[in-house]
Ligand binder design. Sequence first.
Ligand SMILES: [Zn+2]
Length: 476
Amino acid sequence: MDTTDDKVLPLSVQSLYTDGSFHTATDSSPSSMASAWLALDDDGLILESSSLQIPSCFPSALRSEIYAIVLGLNALSHGSSISVYTDCSQLISLWKRFVDVPFSPKLLREHNHLLWLSIRQLIKDRKLIVNLIKVPAHGDDFYNVQVDSLAKASHLSSQPTVSPLAFCHVPCFLTFNSLPIDMNIRHFLRSIADACALLSFCSMARFTALGSPSLFDWAGIYFCLSQIKGFASHKNGRPEFWIFRIKLLLDMLPTLTTLQQRKPYLYSPDWLCPQCNSAPEDLNHLWTCPYILPELNPCSTHRSEVVKFRDSCLSSFLSLKPLDSNFHVAFSALDCWNYETPSSSYLWLTRGLLPAHLTNFLKQYFPLSVIYKTISTLLNDFQIELYGEIWLCRNILFHAWEESQGISAASKLRGPSSNPPFTAISSHIHNSSLASVSQDSWISWISSSIIRGGSWISHLDFLRRLTVQPLRISFW
Ligand SMILES: [Zn+2]
């Protein structure tokens, strides 16, 4: 596997100093894990040392510490009895839970369980006696300082030369795309199901017809949808509002255009918006219809609600941290607030399709979790207003108009009186300029989350693709 495997330390080794080092990812460089150990005899003489940059896989500081022990134990002779010195107290407390006890299948639910199982297997196979001892992290222990600098120095070495599967001393494990799954398997499989579901969602023709999937912030849209808990439980009251939100997102609200496609035998394809009679009544027309009644002025209501939404976003973000006037000016100038034209992204935002440029702008100032939490709450408030002030009012007028056309609730249920071929009408709407979404994108999202850490949802990427191999889930 590796040169470290060839080293076999003499039985005279009395103690091992181990240390891990972890560099978190920055904008310019990925995260990096490195581990080192020193082997000493009972005179305190350093017999051997080793350091290694660890292949990035579920990267964390703790993992680099556990790796240091795996590598150290891996170099010991059969029957060695040693003290392991570490400055990581978390490592010692986990050791007590996972190593100093009989095996329990519950271990398989834990992060880094493959490393812990490898330690158990090494101790068993080589009949090792291991005692962990805590040393002060920033004390003046000479050997600890030395092993610390050894670990830190190996970040500078070239890319890891060992496979993420090296040092895996376990009888059986699962891999994904040749990467070991060193986390709760049930959670991992859940993340695959979620990633596939999101991929199917954003590949829907109704969305790809609007443009490239990279125009939208799917992670943000996913977050907003996940907030619709009331939809599943119906405990929050208002299920009809949640249905409105979802139909709005999917462009499935029963506008006249939709009804003309679904029931052309009742709604003549020639009919225009019953209010203004100047344009087809599709989803976007709900907000741009120029017709003005005392109780309904959709265009101006929509504009003022968007302005309210924009200003609430601004004041929420400004309350989180002081920002100069440049933020204010640049935020207000974003294309998604452009109601004059109106811009496409303005109409998308109304539907709940968060435009990517909105998040990308805010990301310069705030963490994504803060952005999503703030926007999803305010978007919900905004859509409540659209529901009450525009959609419900429009429905009252629309039903009155339907009655005037002789379209009753009973006739809607009846279906066509004859069977003319209606099928051709609805199929042509979404077939132009389909942006392609690669249907194996989920593999690169998941692989990327294993390699770089974090949830798969933070690795959505429709433009830059990882080079991925076909999926392999294997046992051995
Ligand atoms: Zn109209």
